[in-house]
Design a protein around this ligand. Sequence first.
Ligand code: NAP
Length: 350
Amino acid sequence: MQPRIPVGVLGATGMVGQSFVKFLEHHPWFELAWVGASDRSAGKKYQEATAWRLGGVMPAAAAGLMVRESTPGNGAPRLMFSAMDASVATEIERAFASAGHVIVSNSRNHRMESDVPLLVPEINASHLKLIPRQQRERGWTGQIVTNPNCSTVVLTMGLAPLKPYGIQRVVATTMQAISGAGYPGVASMDINANVIPYIGGEEEKMQTEAQKILGDLAGDRIEFLPAKVSASCNRVPVVDGHLIAVSVELARKASIEEVRDAFRSFRSVPQERELPSAPVRPLVYMNEQDRPQPRRDAERDNGMAVYIGRLRECPVFDYKFMACGHNTIRGAAGAAVLNAELMYSEGLLD
Ligand code: NAP
């Protein structure tokens, strides 16, 4: 058996950082060897610095690790996942990339920069070809790769099989889980038996990130998908799993059977390469009238598949459907780990 690749997690004490620690626990290729956080936590053991908020117990291998300061050096491995607070991620991630680290980030800070891949391995593996330009122009030996916002990944996975039909316009209305707001998140008095029709910055992120992810590589740039995307984002009293109602207009006529087949047959690079965290079927089409549902479906397939259902004709656009995915797994830690697996399979971690 090959030795596993040591990896670090920046922001390891936070909510998303804990998801990384949990997701990496039994990973066949990567071994958690280093955890970093703010200087409030540095110098303490991970179990002392971290209030564990996830189900199950803290992985034993992480509990005894010493939390390090978030500066390059400090014994940090080359491959680093990042789940840092957005207020500090820009400078710290750049410092690590400049010092030769591969940063696979879940933070929003670098997602829309033109030389940074905003990666969903099933959709745009070719966008990794931005890396040589990023390294050349910034003078880095390391690199930064990002994954999308948690609702954008669910939306774009649902749209990807329809790209050959020419996506023209999209209207997406989200019902987003409270875990997406981190801890302590939304006050219980606000979210219990209620819906909050506002999530700061979320609609803009969904609209622009989707165009980049579904865009095409042209030389060393991304040509954004020239589709209009309109998002309305709502927080609902669900713990985990974002559900999105999507309406889509297509340039080329497609029958409802063709669209359903496109969802059902969708497979891509992670499935061909059998990457360890890749779901066997990235999209699962559900025939039941009342599915997908966050509580019943988001955690299936280790939280890595996106569930699609209720495909029907739309009287305004062409088709409408529901998409559901796990926001802290496929929308955060699991997405970043799958990105790193893709990079490893491309020889980018050698
Ligand atoms: P969080 O629970 O507040 O955790 C923030 C982490 O950043 C902690 O580990 C914290 O360390 C660390 N940190 C804070 N200040 C620092 C500094 N000056 N230097 C180094 N590390 C510092 O936040 P979160 O909910 O996990 O979110 C983390 C990131 O992921 C954010 O950028 C967020 O936008 C993004 N995100 C979150 C979700 C979600 O579902 N929550 C989904 C997608 C993306 P200490 O414990 O030492 O303070």
